[in-house]
Design a binder for this molecule. Structure first.
Ligand SMILES: Cc1ncc(COP(=O)(O)O)c(C=O)c1O
Length: 397
């Protein structure tokens, strides 16, 4: 018998688990399935800025060799200059690691940080990669609550009550997956105060930084130049190329405090030799054209804004389902009709009405009474999906 390692026994990543597999089976049987469970703009025909794909194509033949462990120097310079413009004034290219998506870098950052039993504070609900990565690195995830009644902002009292002497890191994620909440500067300041007081490393997942509607995104590290902080970003969401697998992390804080950790990260990164070379050529043009891309996606009449607003308008009017209005990302996180479990609601919605959404419990939301719906689909498809969801909600209510 080939047995998996016991440390995997509590891991899960249901976003690619049983429900999407059921959707595949139903599709193979000829059913028409509307997939609203993943945050992949490209899968819904939202195209990347041509400057990104053209530059990658242009460099393809010259990108066949291994590259530097931390990533191409010109790409890291572009990232450093992007963050310097956003207040990380001391950031240099050598403080940046490029990786095969934020996913790879989160695993790497936590492997380099945690000792057995170290605790990491994570939002609940939250993107499941983080808890899995903490567990894989031998740490213990400890969840602080985000509060639906405040538009899913972190409940700071709950967070404070969860910090023990074993806590080493505090994870922030704004705009937030799965709720779309954009955390205001006051909350971010509270996070930095807590981190300073309790000597926690700040880990800030800002992959949705440019997908914000009528709210302001702040780079958390800007508020804490005196503290070790890792900021994560990438091209998967704003630049619509998740398949390129390009992400980065920027390490800020006093070099005297971060130096040993930075070396450990470089050592671990060198074990995987380098990030994929071709796609890194897209970073420079992506960041140079960021304002144009942002306007195209989230400005007035922008493609993501329009889909997001229309989906929220249609969904929050469904009797029995309520949904806080998200200010960022491209998800809605509505409550399912009273008395229903998220997983049962999602499974029957898929089987009977052909709409695939993700149960909230996939995002470590143990109340199991919400589902996450991506708003990326084309308007006609979204309209049809919300119609089917309304029909389903009416039959189960
Ligand atoms: C909050 C969050 N962080 C990280 C990721 C992973 O991003 P990447 O494609 O860069 O690995 C996702 C993907 O959905 C996400 O939602």
């Amino acid at each position: 018998m080939l047995q998996p390692a016991t440390r995997l026994s509590h891991l899960s990543y249901e976003l690619r688990g049983a429900l999407p597999r059921l959707a595949d089976e139903l599709e193979q049987q000829g059913r028409d399935i509307i997939r609203l469970h993943l945050g992949d703009p490209a899968a819904h025909g939202i195209t990347p800025p041509p400057a990104v794909t053209d530059t990658v194509r242009h460099h393809l033949t010259a990108s066949c060799g291994y590259g530097p462990t931390q990533g191409l120097p010109e790409a890291r310079s572009a990232i450093a200059s992007y963050y310097r413009d956003r207040g990380l004034t001391a950031l240099e290219p050598h403080d940046i690691h490029i990786g095969n998506g934020v996913s790879e870098l989160v695993l790497l950052a936590l492997q380099a940080l945690l000792n057995p039993g170290d605790e990491v504070l994570l939002p609940s609900p939250g993107y499941p990669l983080w808890a899995a990565a903490v567990q894989l690195a031998g740490g213990t995830p400890v969840f602080y609550r985000c509060d639906e009644h405040s538009g899913w902002l972190p409940d700071v009292a709950d967070l404070r009550s969860k910090i023990s002497d074993r806590a080493v890191a505090l994870v922030a994620n704004s705009p937030h997956n799965p709720t779309g909440a954009v955390w205001p500067i006051e909350i971010l300041r509270t996070f930095t105060d807590i981190a300073r007081h309790r000597r926690l490393v700040l880990l800030s997942d800002e992959i949705y930084a440019h997908i914000v509607y009528d709210a302001q995104h702040t780079v958390l590290a800007r508020l804490a130049p005196d503290l070790p902080c890792l900021t994560f970003g990438g091209l998967s969401k704003t630049h619509c190329v998740p398949g390129f697998r390009v992400g980065w992390m920027a390490l800020t804080g006093p070099h005297s405090a971060t130096h040993a950790y930075a070396e450990a990260v470089t050592l671990l990164a060198s074990l995987r030799l380098c990030p994929s070379t071709p796609a890194q050529h897209g970073i420079g043009p992506a960041l140079r054209h960021i304002h144009r891309t942002e306007t195209h996606l989230t400005g007035p009449g922008g493609i993501l804004r329009q889909r997001h607003e229309d989906a929220w308008e249609a969904l929050h009017g469904i009797p029995g389902m309520s949904c806080a209005r998200p200010q960022g990302a491209f998800y809605l996180f509505p409550r399912v009709p009273p008395g229903h479990r998220d997983s049962t609601f999602a499974r029957t919605l898929l089987r009977e009405h052909g709409v695939l959404v993700a149960p909230g419990s996939d995002f470590r939301w143990d109340a199991a009474d919400h589902v996450r719906i991506s708003t990326l689909a084309a308007p006609q498809q979204l309209k049809e999906a919300v119609h089917r969801i309304a029909h389903h909600a009416a039959t189960v209510s």
